[in-house]
Write a protein that binds this ligand. Structure first.
Ligand code: ADP
Length: 173
C-alpha cells in the first residue's frame, strides 16, 4: 500500500511560513490564492534569532491579521525551531511558499530539499508571484518607507500607516 493511501489527511492544512517584516501585497496575494487550495491556511511567522527585525513578532502578526481579515480560512501563528516540526505539530504536510524571479529559486530549492530530506511526506508547494508584485519584497518596502517613497498599491493600508509611524518614531529618537 502506498504511503499516500496510508496517511489520509481529512482536512487539508497548508502552512505559509515567512518573516513578513512587514507583510506586503505580494504576500497577501499568495495567501488569497493559497487559501483556495486548502481547507485551512496557517501563516506562521518564523523567528530567526540571528536576524534583526523592524517590527516585533506581535506587530507583524497584527498587521497580517488585519491584512487577511477578508480571507475566512486563515490563521496567524508564531513558530520557532524546525519548520517541519511545526508543520507536523499542526497536522499538516503542506508548506506553501511564494516564488518570485530566479533569485528566489536557489534558496527555495535548497529549503524544499532539506525539508524533503527530513520528512519525505511533507511537500513544498510554490505559487508563482502575481506579475503586479514580482518586484515587491519586505526589504524593498522597508527601504522605500525609510526614505518616504510611495507605498500605495504595494502594501495594505494598515502596513503603510505602521511603516509611517515606525519611521516617524525612529526619526524622533
Ligand atoms: P523569508 O524570510 O522566509 O523569505 P519573507 O517574508 O521574505 O520570508 O517571504 C515569505 C514568502 O513569501 C517566501 O516564500 C517569499 O518568496 C514569498 N514572497 C515574498 N514576496 C513575494 C512577492 N512579492 N510575491 C510572491 N511571493 C513573495
Amino acid at each position: 500500500m502506498s504511503r499516500i493511501v496510508e496517511r489520509a489527511y481529512t482536512v487539508r492544512i497548508g502552512v505559509c511560513p515567512g518573516s513578513f517584516d512587514p507583510v506586503t501585497n505580494g504576500h497577501v496575494d499568495i495567501f488569497e490564492r493559497a487559501s483556495k487550495l486548502v481547507d485551512k491556511l496557517i501563516v506562521v511567522i518564523a523567528e530567526n534569532p540571528n536576524k534583526k527585525y523592524l517590527f516585533t513578532l506581535e506587530e507583524r502578526a497584527e498587521l497580517i491579521r488585519q491584512s487577511v481579515s477578508h480571507i475566512p480560512n486563515v490563521e496567524v501563528d508564531f513558530g520557532s525551531g524546525l519548520l517541519n516540526d511545526y508543520v507536523k505539530s499542526r497536522d499538516s504536510h503542506i508548506i506553501i511558499r511564494g516564488l518570485r524571479a530566479l533569485s528566489d529559486f536557489e534558496y527555495e530549492f535548497q529549503r524544499a530539499l532539506f525539508s524533503k530530506y527530513l520528512d519525505d511526506d511533507i511537500e513544498t508547494v510554490f505559487i508563482m508571484t502575481n506579475n503586479k508584485y514580482a518586484f515587491v519584497s519586505s526589504t524593498g518596502i522597508r527601504e522605500l518607507a525609510k526614505f518616504g517613497g510611495k507605498l500605495e498599491g504595494l502594501v495594505p493600508t494598515v502596513v503603510k500607516e505602521a511603516l509611517e509611524n515606525k519611521f516617524n518614531t525612529l526619526q524622533k529618537k
